[in-house]
Design a protein around this ligand. Structure first.
Ligand SMILES: [Zn+2]
Length: 439
């Protein structure tokens, strides 16, 4: 008994000593920034020094200071004196499992195993991180591939952004996220993994609980039709009010936010009335939508980048999409940005989100250019990808600005993104949790 206590005390002393030395010595880093946008929405600071301890920011001071100024004997210095430094970027809407579309995606669904998909997702996570996106929200998964990737990244086993995952999108049978749409009936049993379809209140409650049990950080629902679903039933609402209400209420029971795929105003407005946290795409916002956004404080996530994916694939292959999907894509290309142009002057809160997967992974920053083209200032676009997205994700205590106590997630570019937002397409350095992950 006595021996065991002595042994345990020794083990605890060794562990404590290890933790203390790691904290005080090797993990202190100093970052010298040429200009620093520590709080997007406010004016950038000039030459600045960020002291990082472990994964988080300890101090931010004006000028370029050395280790001694912080009372340290020594510290690694990361020299970004020629760069404009801002918080790590946040994409509120990605699908890391693939960036195939149209017919190619349809074939992949019946030829790729989930093991293949997992490696693809890891590659796409790396591309996203290299593009300066240190946090993403993944809205649509199957078999927990992204849940496993999230956990592997958090454990330091593979490189990638911080991930919040909704797991599989919840959909009505024959709704936008029904995995059997467009396939022969004999294949349906294999394609529908019983994860995400719900009809009626009990079934929809159960669908939410299933996602929560499988480690979902939030809930995603497809309340209206979608551009890519292989069904010609339009882009209006596909869920009854009691079904959508059951989903939102069950999500709130587990303290999970709700992200809603919605194109038609009927679906957008039903979701907003039920108190959801974000509307994704929001292609056909009407006056009632604008009022409901303002009343509820929900975010609008425009996903303008989808058009880049559509146009790119059709240029490479005019038959990349077929039938009713092609007709919807032509419509969506023409209407891109119209809702954003109404939402910005109406004071709707905007969070950055691309729908990467429809567009290419690693090209997330192309969205900034489209946001500015459709009515936002560069400052507003940067705020959408930092402060606002952090708020939407419920992570404002950890990310979105560069302040003491937050993760040292930051990117460095040449030029001033507040003057020319396209410089964010060429991020030169990416630091996540105080570690240089790209230079
Ligand atoms: Zn999406």
């Amino acid at each position: 008994m006595t021996l065991r206590i002595v042994f345990l005390s020794i083990v605890m002393c060794i562990a404590a000593a290890g933790a203390a030395s790691a904290d005080a010595g090797a993990s202190a880093r100093i970052i010298h920034a040429g200009q620093l946008l520590d709080r997007p929405g406010q004016a950038p600071r000039g030459a600045s020094t960020i002291l990082v301890r472990g994964e988080r920011i300890a101090e931010v001071r004006d000028g370029h200071l050395d280790a001694a100024a912080f009372g340290l004997a020594d510290a690694e210095v990361i020299d970004l004196r020629d760069h404009f430094v801002l918080p790590g970027l946040i994409d509120s809407h990605v699908h890391l499992t693939s960036d195939l579309g149209g017919v190619a995606a349809q074939i992949a669904a019946v030829t790729r195993s989930q093991s293949d998909v997992a490696y693809e997702a890891a590659l796409n996570a790396r591309k996203t991180l290299d593009a300066g996106f240190t946090t993403v929200r993944n809205l649509g998964d199957s078999d927990g591939v992204i849940r496993a990737l999230r956990d592997a990244i958090n454990a330091g086993k593979v490189a990638g952004p911080r991930i919040l995952t909704s797991n599989t999108s919840i959909s009505a049978t024959t709704g936008h996220a029904d995995p059997t749409l467009g396939y022969r009936p004999e294949l349906h049993e294999a394609l529908d993994r019983g994860e995400n379809l719900c009809d009626g209140v009990e079934s929809c409650r159960r669908a939410v609980r299933r996602q929560v049990a499988q480690g979902a950080d939030l809930i995603k629902i497809t309340i209206t039709g979608g551009v890519n679903s292989r069904i010609g039933s339009g882009l209006g609402v596909q869920m009854f009010e009691d079904e959508a209400r059951a989903i939102v209420e069950t999500a709130k029971l587990y303290d999970k936010k709700v992200a809603v795929h919605a194109h038609g105003a009927d679906g957008i407005n039903l979701a907003l009335k039920l108190g959801v946290d974000s509307i994704e795409h929001g292609t056909l916002l009407d006056d009632a939508s604008l009022r409901l956004f303002r009343e509820t404080g929900a975010y609008y996530v425009p996903t303008l980048s989808t058009v880049n994916g559509y146009i790119g694939r059709l240029e490479a292959n005019p038959e990349a999409y077929t039938g009713e999907v092609l007709a919807k894509i032509r419509w969506r290309i023409g209407i891109t940005g119209k809702s954003l142009q109404r939402a910005v002057p109406a004071g709707v809160k905007i969070a950055f989100g691309t729908d990467a997967g429809v567009s290419l992974h690693g090209r997330n920053a192309d969205e900034f250019e489209l946001m500015v083209k459709h009515g936002m200032t560069p400052v507003q676009a940067v705020v959408a990808a930092t402060v606002n997205a952090a708020d939407l994700l419920g992570m404002s205590a950890d990310i979105g600005t560069l302040e003491p106590g937050k993760y040292a997630d930051l990117v460095a570019v040449r030029g001033d993104p507040l003057a020319d937002v396209t410089v964010l397409k060429a991020v030169e350095h990416v630091i996540k949790g105080g570690v240089v992950v790209r230079q």
